[in-house]
Design a protein around this ligand. Structure first.
Ligand code: GDP
Length: 455
């Protein structure tokens, strides 16, 4: 997702590079390019117009000062505006004052609601909560079973209609019972058994449908959710906006969950929906696994779109999965509170990262990788082995203070690791670039501005 947009924006910024002054004509040209790039990414026209107008206005009024050169300043403006259209601040779940907190999922069939129910369950468990999943999708044959499988995998209980609790117009394929009753009873069950979060999965249809909206609205009235989350497949492009509007009208919702961000669609939905609905994107799903899911951070998404990587997510994921102490040490070093962040730290981070999943996915989050996308797609694990070999061939002093690695040391290291000097150069350069970026991000400064790759 966002590949083409990333490439187009990078090309636009590249043409500003090296300019000591940005003229009115430069701003117009840049605005035109950005407009084209966004439209091509399938971003909603009204959103594009606002966006471009805001960027233009700010670019004109921009004072040239501080550490940023004019090109970087434009990137910063675009970054800020992206953060704004993506919803600004990160927004997470509002818990009920008195448990259980009730979360209701609404959206079209196939949007990923049931899958999301499992992901949310795992996420809530990770936050120390005790979630209950509720099967109120009695429309689709097998939906209850699917939720039960999801619940089992997530290790949480699923509240489903009793078999045999037949309603009069039962059809044999369908689970029995009335979804509104099931949803209502689930709250009593949660109170009785002390589940503090209730996640209600509701039925979807293939298209927007009055009966479906009514059912969702009835379930909403029965359970009075603390959060209604509208779940939408980011791959459906502009339709996402129409669907969102229909749900906003028919059911109403508090936040959006984007699913299938791992797909290769152009990403316009993701970029339009918060602005068009006025509701925040709260979570994003990027795969079929239960952990392919995270809180949505507008700022991180913006910097990812601008090819500035997403080191924070990376570090956080590493923390979640691996050695918290090690990560904390790395973060402290990056903010200047615990010695120098050296190549051993870099290697450790890389080794942790390796355990996190396919490298192409991970590297996509690293800064400065935008230009290397093609190589990334054929990156192989052996390459990381080579990087490890190079680092292992260094002395402890070299690893701790990579700036001492001069020409003759590089030759020795290359020989020792069976690699070329150019590979050692490459690694060292990449390390300094990454460290600069990670430091800026870890200290909460404008992500990556000073060392923005290629600028
Ligand atoms: P529901 O009808 O809204 O409950 O949708 P499901 O949860 O059944 O999901 C529909 C399909 O989308 C399933 O095949 C899921 O595995 C798949 N899916 C859900 N979320 C994601 C995601 O984030 N990425 C990808 N690639 N597939 C997903």
């Amino acid at each position: 997702m966002f590949d083409t947009l990333q490439d187009r924006l990078a090309a636009t910024f590249k043409s500003l590079r090296g300019k000591g002054r940005i003229t009115e004509a430069d701003i117009d040209e840049t605005a035109r390019e950005i407009r084209r790039a966004l439209l091509e990414a399938d971003v909603n026209l009204a959103v594009v117009k606002d966006f471009v107008a805001a960027v233009k206005e700010r670019a004109r009024g921009a004072e040239l000062h501080g550490a940023l050169n004019p090109a970087q300043q434009i990137v910063k403006i675009v970054n800020d505006e992206l953060v704004t259209i993506l919803g600004g601040e990160t927004r997470t779940i509002r818990y009920a004052k008195r448990p259980p907190t009730v979360i209701m999922l609404a959206g079209l069939q196939g949007a990923g609601k049931t899958t999301l129910a499992g992901k949310l369950a795992v996420w809530f468990k990770g936050q120390g909560h005790s979630p209950l999943l509720v099967a109120a999708d009695l429309q689709r044959p097998n939906a209850v079973n699917q939720l039960q499988v999801v619940g089992q995998r997530a290790g949480v209980h699923v509240f489903a209609p009793e078999p045999g609790n037949a309603s009069s117009n039962d059809d044999l394929d369908r689970p029995r019972g009335n979804p509104v009753e099931v949803a209502k009873n689930s709250i009593t069950e949660a109170e009785r058994r002390l589940y503090d979060v209730v996640i209600v999965d509701t039925a979807g249809r293939l298209g927007i449908d009055a009966e479906l909206m009514q059912q969702a609205a009835d379930i909403r009235d029965a359970v009075r959710p603390d959060e209604v989350l509208f779940v939408v497949d980011a791959m459906i492009g502009q339709d996402a906006v129409n669907t969102a509007n229909a749900f906003a009208e028919g059911v109403g919702f508090d936040g959006v969950v984007l699913t299938k961000l791992d797909g290769d669609a152009r990403g316009g939905a993701a970029l339009s929906i918060a602005r068009v609905t006025g509701k925040p994107i709260m979570f994003a799903s990027n795969g079929e696994g239960q952990r392919d899911f995270d809180v949505f951070h507008p700022d991180r998404m913006a910097s990812r779109i601008l090819g500035m990587g997403d080191m924070l997510t990376l570090i956080e994921q590493a923390e979640k999965t691996f050695d918290a102490e090690q990560s904390a040490k790395a973060a402290a070093k990056l903010t200047g509170q615990g010695g120098e962040f050296g190549l051993s730290d870099f290697l450790q981070q890389m080794q942790m990262v390796r355990k996190m999943g396919p490298l192409s996915k991970i590297f996509g989050m690293l800064p400065g990788m935008g230009d290397m996308k093609d190589q990334l797609n054929n990156i192989d694990e052996k390459e990381v082995d080579r990087l490890e070999a190079i680092i292992h061939s260094m002395t402890p002093a070299e690893r701790d203070s990579p700036k001492i690695i001069d020409g003759s040391r590089r030759a020795r290291i290359a020989k020792g690791s069976g690699t070329q000097v150019s590979e050692v150069n490459n690694l060292v350069d990449r390390f300094f670039e990454a460290r600069k970026m990670m430091t800026a991000m870890a200290s909460g400064k404008m992500p990556g501005m000073p060392g923005l790759p290629g600028m």
